[in-house]
Design a protein around this ligand. Sequence first.
Ligand code: ZN
Length: 179
Amino acid sequence: MVQDDPLGSTSITDESVIDRLLERNRLQGWSRRIAPDRRPRLRLAIVTCMDSRIDVFEAFGLQRGDAHVLRNAGGLVSDDTLRSLVLSQRLLGTTDVMLIHHTDCGVHGLDEAAFARDLERETGQRPTSDFGAFDDLDADVRRSIARVIDSPFVASKHAVRGFVYDVETGLVREVARES
Ligand code: ZN
């Protein structure tokens, strides 16, 4: 007899996708508890893009509780990323920083001026935020490292390393390191 899969499959057109995730959480939650230490075991913070093809835990064999993972569009070292890194290091004991950009990124090559113009045309308001577009992947990784190094509030700078993750192979290539 074929039974319905209680989790079902999710798709981008499914309006109840969040409800399905809540059901998964209810079914999985009790088996996934870990020791309640808020400090990451590996004393590591990872900054990367929100891209759905990057699973940092899978890519590096990490376990829950091992590392802080800070994500945004592009994996940029924004003011808010620095805010989190400062707290990660000074309050929660991390020391090493991995900055990971990736191939085929949505903001790589984005025409930021045109994007802003389109938004303004549609909404009547000029966006004030910087969307973080970049043209040179490796140069942007180096710029991200420099932003971390230049922050007076980041405590540990002995291991700040920058990488590009290949979304096709799942492998990372080191671009530069400050260590
Ligand atoms: Zn991206």
